[in-house]
Structures are given as C-alpha cells and as structure tokens.
Write a protein that binds this ligand. Structure first.
Ligand code: CA
Length: 228
C-alpha cells in the first residue's frame, strides 16, 4: 500500500485530504506543524508528500528543499495564495505539482495518483532492462520502438505505454479502470472506453489473428492479461 505524508497545519483540511486518500486505498499520516513534518519526512518511508507552504516551525520551502536533497519522491505543494504558487515555481524547489486552496479533494486524489504512476514508471524504466522480448514481440523501452517478427510497427505514445505496461507485468489481469489509472492518470477523467479502443489498435499491430490473440488476452468480465 502506498504511504502518503500530509504536512498541513489546518487540521480540517488535513483530515479531509486524509479521508479522501484513504478511501482511494492509500495509507496516510499527518504532521500538523513544520518541524514535526520535516522530522517525519526525513525519517519515514513515504511514497508521496503533500506539503502546505505556510506552516508553524519549518515552512514548506525549507521542507521541500530538504526532501529534494535526500530523495526523488513526488512532492505536491499546497498554498492558499496563487502568488505564492508562482513564487515557489520560480524558485525551482523541485516540487512536482502545485495546488491552490481551496481545491476539490477528488482533484487532489487524481493528481496524487498521476504522480505516483509517473514515479513508478520512472523507477521501473531506470531499473529494469530496456528491452522486452516475448516470442516474436520486441519492445525497446528507451527508444520507444516495437518490432513484431522482425518488422517494426509504429505506435502512438499511449498505445506504446499500454503495451509496455502489460508486457512488463505479464500473467496479471488488469481491469480497464486499473489500466486507465496507470496510463492516463488525470489526463481525460472518465474515459474508460478509451482503454478498449487502444487494446484493439495494439492487437491489430501485434497479433497475427486478432480474434485469437496470443499476447493480450481478454478475461471476460474482468479485463486484460498479457500472456507469457
Ligand atoms: Ca498553512
């Protein structure tokens, strides 16, 4: 389970964020002042930070800088003032995103998911091999190129992302919702049908017979599985 630290001195806001994130399946901890937040951020093992700018004790600038010196974990900064957001962008502190209060909790959850997915992709692309070879299918992740039985096929960016994600997680069933959340994250909320369209396009390029796919299987009523 992904673990998130909220550093926020307005308790009602912190609690609201926590409720929404927990409903989405995250584990959440809260620090209500900057010094405690800095200490927790540095000592705990979190997957993402939600960091308020104005805090008693260490402020958001200081905490963001300290996090960035130690790790690449995503940081979403929150401020009540649009001017402050512009200022922190200008400072180049290395936060991954900025949200102005008041914000809708569901939008915040969408952004959290997007940054976690992006970070996962970053990690997997830098640690795993760049070439995936499964039977006649060859994927070069760094060059973003695909060959089927020796012949190169062209893929759109999202088709490539879907194919690569499935091929990297073989024999696991993913629902359309899961694929959508992984690949599209916050870009086009609610368009689950786009997953089906992309799977169809990918099959036309990699399968010999799209009615009897040898790579991407449909698991009826559940989703898709990359067969190895
Ligand atoms: Ca504050």
């Amino acid at each position: 389970m992904k673990k998130i630290l909220i550093i926020e001195d307005e308790e009602s806001i912190a609690d609201l964020e926590k409720d929404y994130l927990e409903l989405s399946g995250f584990q959440v901890e809260i620090a209500n002042d900057g010094d405690k937040g800095l200490e927790m951020a540095m000592s705990g093992n979190y997957d993402l930070y939600i960091l308020d700018l104005m805090l008693p004790g260490a402020d958001g600038f200081e905490i963001c800088r300290a996090i960035r010196e130690a790790r690449n974990t995503p940081v979403i900064m929150v401020s009540a003032k649009k001017d402050d957001i512009d200022k922190i962008r200008g400072l180049g502190l290395g936060a991954d995103d900025y949200i102005t209060k008041p914000f809708s909790p569901s939008e915040m959850v969408a952004r959290v998911k997007a940054h976690l997915a992006r970070y996962d992709r970053l990690i997997s692309s830098s640690t795993a091999s760049d070439i995936i070879q499964i039977r006649g299918l060859r994927i070069d992740k760094s060059a973003r190129r695909v060959w089927v039985n020796g012949e190169e096929k062209s893929f759109t960016s999202k088709e490539f992302d879907v194919l690569t994600f499935l091929a990297q997680n073989p024999n696991r069933v993913f629902t359309k919702e899961e694929l959508f959340n992984k690949i599209w994250a916050m870009e086009s909320v609610g368009q689950i049908a786009t997953v089906t369209v992309h799977i169809k396009k990918i099959r036309e390029k990699i399968e010999l017979d799209t009615t009897r796919p040898q790579y991407i299987e449909t698991i009826w009523g559940v989703g898709y599985r990359f067969k190895v």
